[in-house]
Design a binder for this molecule. Structure first.
Ligand SMILES: [Fe+2]
Length: 327
């Protein structure tokens, strides 16, 4: 690929390693940039597997609990055992506009099924996981209630934060919290200021050659509204992270391999500047009423990492919603 120093601030050194240097770094490092690529390839002889499971929307109705159980059995039956799961949010249907009892009941269903996976799980919160939003919530809690908003989710999952990071075989994983609450108690996709500051600090401490993977419920990039509403329809903050451009610019000089996304329940990959933005379908398909839009089956994503490369495939687990329509 020819390098155009005049028109770019981020120059791919090789497609193989996806290491990026800005113009100043390239001028300083010169031929050392190529040595960096080789060193980097040697430094990460990783080989591991994980799963991205999103939008389970577990509930007592429509056979959803059996469906999640079957999906998790399929995860455990994968040829290559996943070391951990990235859980993309909307665990339950629903916590946001229901009574406390109902929210507790569906979170309990989630925990029961999640235990059967028998692997570490890393979470990004979904909009349906927020508790006590909307005027129709039964016994709507005040915003300073101990369970309001993100607090019930944290409590029921035993988590102290809504965004986090961990390292695995030389790769750095980051779970984002993109589930925002609007002033009128609605949903929106956003990374708040405190999280942006945390992420900025994390990126400063992360070597630019270190492979990174992000998890978010609301997509950074998706063409969903173009598929669904028409090519001239752009997404709003109801569909994507409204400051996703800021995020994209923040990660631009890092070795980010993939951003796993949920929310729209479709299967999609958009690759931009070497980063795969992967929307990983939904365990629930069209909220347990069949494949999403009739064409994206109920499933999850199986991921393999080899060296510096990440490969993924969508795994439908054979759910037939019609057999459970009256359950
Ligand atoms: Fe969802």
């Amino acid at each position: 690929m020819p390098l155009n120093l005049a028109n770019t601030s981020a120059i791919p050194v090789t497609q193989e390693t996806n290491v990026s240097l800005n113009r100043r770094e390239l001028l300083i490092s010169g031929a050392a940039g190529l040595a960096l690529s080789a060193d980097n390839a040697q430094a990460a002889p990783s080989r591991f597997h994980f799963v991205h499971i999103t939008d389970t929307h577990i509930q007592p109705e429509l056979g959803a609990t059996s469906g999640v159980h079957r999906a998790f059995q399929a995860v455990k039956a994968l040829e290559h055992k996943p070391g951990f799961g990235l859980i993309g949010g909307d665990l339950v249907m629903d916590a946001s506009r229901v009574s406390h009892d109902r929210a507790d009941r569906v979170f309990a269903l989630w925990r029961e099924q999640a235990e059967t996976l028998g692997m570490p799980l890393h979470y990004s919160m979904g909009n349906h996981d927020l508790y006590g939003l909307g005027s129709e919530a039964e016994g709507k809690p005040s915003t300073d209630s101990p369970d309001y908003g993100k607090k019930l989710w944290k409590k029921r999952l035993g988590l102290s934060t809504t965004y986090s990071t961990f390292d695995h075989q030389g790769w750095r994983f980051v779970s984002l919290d993109s589930a925002g609450i609007t002033p009128d108690y609605g949903w929106e996709g956003v990374l708040d200021l405190a999280q942006i500051s945390w992420l900025d600090n994390l990126l400063r401490k992360t070597p630019r050659t270190m492979p990174m993977v992000f998890l978010t419920h609301y997509p950074i990039f998706t063409a969903f509204t173009q598929y669904y509403d028409g090519p001239e329809k752009g997404p709003t903050s109801g569909m994507v992270v409204k400051n996703g451009k800021q995020f994209r610019e923040m990660i631009q000089k890092h070795n980010v391999k993939a951003v796993f996304q949920g929310h729209s329940h479709i299967v999609e990959e958009i690759e931009y500047l070497g980063v795969k933005y992967i929307t990983g379908g939904a365990v629930c398909g069209e909220w347990w009423k069949g494949p999403r839009l009739g064409v994206h089956p109920e499933g999850f994503v199986s991921v393999t990492v080899e060296g510096q490369n990440l490969h993924w495939k969508y795994v439908p687990y054979g759910w037939n919603a019609a057999q459970h329509a009256s359950a």
